[in-house]
Design a binder for this molecule. Structure first.
Ligand SMILES: *[C@@H]1O[C@H](CO)[C@@H](O)[C@H](O)[C@H]1NC(C)=O
Ligand SMILES: *[C@@H]1O[C@H](CO)[C@@H](O)[C@H](O)[C@H]1NC(C)=O
Ligand SMILES: *[C@@H]1O[C@H](CO)[C@@H](O)[C@H](O)[C@H]1NC(C)=O
Ligand SMILES: *[C@@H]1O[C@H](CO)[C@@H](O)[C@H](O)[C@H]1NC(C)=O
Ligand SMILES: *[C@@H]1O[C@H](CO)[C@@H](O)[C@H](O)[C@H]1NC(C)=O
Ligand SMILES: *[C@@H]1O[C@H](CO)[C@@H](O)[C@H](O)[C@H]1NC(C)=O
Ligand SMILES: *[C@@H]1O[C@H](CO)[C@@H](O)[C@H](O)[C@H]1NC(C)=O
Length: 493
């Protein structure tokens, strides 16, 4: 092994506006908003405990750049080989990371969001490192050594712990930081109204709570129209928050690693390569593939639709972003369907309200069976809402998955996890990777112990040399589809 060392600075620092003397200035009506209408159940309490983040500076944070973590003053060193001599495939490599502040003093506490990978471009190889926070300003990253040859350690610093304090605060004080609107129409009369998961009851509300799943959704009642004239659903805007972002821009064991550009599973089932349309079509013959979730699941539909020439999309003339979509290969008896999940949906796309379906309700309406594949990706739109909202959504989906597996145990259910994205100022405040990471832990806990398979998008994006992106690039999608197809058509022993 030869190592190159690099401290990458995908560094994003969130600071409070220092002119603000009372960091808890209430926003009108906010005190009425309580999205968790019920007491936490023991499971919810356990989940929240399990994602507890190390303590970060308390509010009000006397944040000055001087005392904030600074990647330029942070270093890491590779710990020497234990037995002396060389590293071998099968060994673990440990790197000690020491975080310093902007004045170059070592930090005394943890809570920074640090991620790491070991990779080599010429071998197209990469694996995620496990980062351990020692809570004293130092961290250890542990990497399994899985291939012969060169490797480079990359440590990425996503948020200093001071920023995590601010993200916590935004979560608590701005649960309504994304706003939604609906157009109501009857004849020539049309009105637009504000909607959300919860709204302060200071005006008459339309209650669109789903009777089956209990998922809440509300709009202010339009002045002249009734609640059942709601036509569309779309994002309204992002609340301006008095926060500053300065500067440029974990999980137990890795799920796998890249070697020569192909994902190799660790621990799980072996991954086959599906490099041409005929091998994919052959695997999908006589299958119904139900894809549910956000745009990261829509990418899977688009992949099949692009690479399989015999798969013909039925043209509903639907919005290319919202769907629903359906494609068939009559000769091989293949049906692939995609449907978006129900609100919250944080995109500019405009949904027709009669096309909004909760994943749990869709699952309740399919037969399942050995010819059915269900893939679910529900994460990207939930970062900007209280975690209880996400927990409740996953609980309803899990309930439906369990019932599906009870009535049709041969159904293959696949969960796609969340992934890292390209962080910009706006995204960091509303939907930072830290929010995604916390929700990703909840997702994994929620489905652990169930007879479902996982496509670990988090590791597959982080281990890859392509840049982090909400919508991972084609080579990563291809690898995800290889994992999916390997679950459907496992390699022969
Ligand atoms: C603080 O307020 C002063 C005076 O209003 C202004 O000039 C300065 O730009 C503000 N600084 C920040 C960080 O907002
Ligand atoms: C929200 O309501 C629940 C149940 O009524 C209560 O336990 C919780 O403390 C409330 N949260 C806030 C922030 O008021
Ligand atoms: C930050 O450090 C600089 C240089 O040591 C010092 O001049 C400045 O007063 C410090 N600022 C704060 C807010 O501590
Ligand atoms: C931080 O904690 C780790 C683990 O307990 C320890 O090995 C290390 O020496 C500590 N570093 C400092 C600077 O105290
Ligand atoms: C909304 O409707 C649901 C289901 O009927 C009901 O349980 C809930 O109490 C209603 N919420 C409000 C605020 O009216
Ligand atoms: C409701 O109808 C009244 C009477 O036609 C009209 O004056 C008013 O502007 C309408 N309000 C809205 C919000 O459209
Ligand atoms: C498609 O891939 C399979 C498996 O890799 C291979 O056996 C087959 O020859 C390929 N077919 C074509 C047309 O390239």
């Amino acid at each position: 092994f030869f190592f190159f060392f690099l401290l990458c600075q995908c560094f994003l620092l969130v600071l409070e506006n220092r002119n603000k003397t009372t960091p808890t200035t209430p926003v009108p009506n906010r005190q009425h908003i309580n999205c968790s209408h019920h007491q936490l159940s023991p499971e919810e309490r356990r989940l929240l405990d399990s994602i507890a983040w190390p303590e970060t500076p308390r509010l009000p944070v006397p944040i000055s750049l001087n005392t904030t973590s600074d990647p330029a003053h942070s270093t890491f060193t590779i710990l020497p080989v234990r037995a002396g001599g060389q590293w071998h495939v099968g060994d673990e490599l440990e790197a000690l990371i020491q975080i310093g502040d902007f004045q170059g003093r070592p930090k005394q506490y943890g809570g920074d969001l640090v991620i790491a990978r070991l990779h080599d471009r010429t071998l197209s190889a990469g694996v995620v490192g496990r980062v351990v926070d020692h809570l004293n300003g130092s961290y250890t990253a542990v990497f399994p050594l899985l291939w012969e040859g060169r490797a480079q350690v990359e440590v990425m610093f996503i948020h200093p712990s001071e920023a995590i304090t601010v993200l916590h605060r935004i979560d608590r004080e701005h649960p309504d930081r994304i706003q939604f609107k609906s157009i109501f129409r009857s004849g020539s009369v049309s009105e637009t109204s504000v909607c959300n998961i919860c709204l302060p009851p200071d005006q008459p509300l339309c209650n669109y709570t789903d009777l089956h799943t209990g998922e809440p959704w509300f709009c202010y009642k339009p002045r002249n129209l009734s609640c059942n004239t709601r036509m569309t659903h779309s994002k309204g805007g992002i609340k301006t928050m008095n926060e500053h972002v300065k500067s440029s821009t974990v999980k137990p064991e890795p799920a796998g690693y890249y070697y020569q550009g192909a994902w190799q599973a660790l621990g799980g089932a072996a991954v086959r390569q599906f490099n041409n349309a005929s091998s994919i079509s052959q695997c999908l013959t006589d299958k119904v593939v139900h894809l549910y979730g956000d745009s990261t699941m829509r990418q899977w539909f688009e992949y099949f639709n692009t690479v399989l020439p015999d798969l013909k999309e039925y043209n509903f003339r639907n919005n290319r972003r919202t769907g629903p979509f359906m494609a068939v290969d009559i000769a091989r008896n293949i049906l692939v369907k995609y449907r978006f999940h129900s609100p919250p949906v944080v995109t500019g796309a405009i949904f027709l309200t009669n096309e909004l379906r909760y994943v749990a309700n869709e699952l309740d309406n399919i037969a399942g069976g050995s010819n059915a594949v269900v893939a679910i990706s529900v994460w990207a739109h939930f970062g900007a809402f209280p975690i209880e909202v996400y927990i409740r959504r996953l609980q309803s989906i899990r309930r439906a998955v369990l019932q599906l597996l009870n009535r049709a145990p041969d159904t293959l259910v696949v969960i796609r996890t969340g992934n890292l994205r390209a962080l910009t100022l706006g995204i960091a405040l509303t939907n930072s990777d830290w929010y995604s990471l916390q929700r990703d832990k909840v997702l994994r806990a929620m489905f652990s112990g169930l007879n479902v398979r996982v496509v670990d998008a988090w590791d597959m994006v982080l281990a890859h040399h392509l840049p982090h992106s909400l919508h991972p690039q084609l080579p990563i999608i291809k690898n995800m589809i290889d994992v999916l197809l390997s679950y459907i058509c496992p390699p022969k022993k």
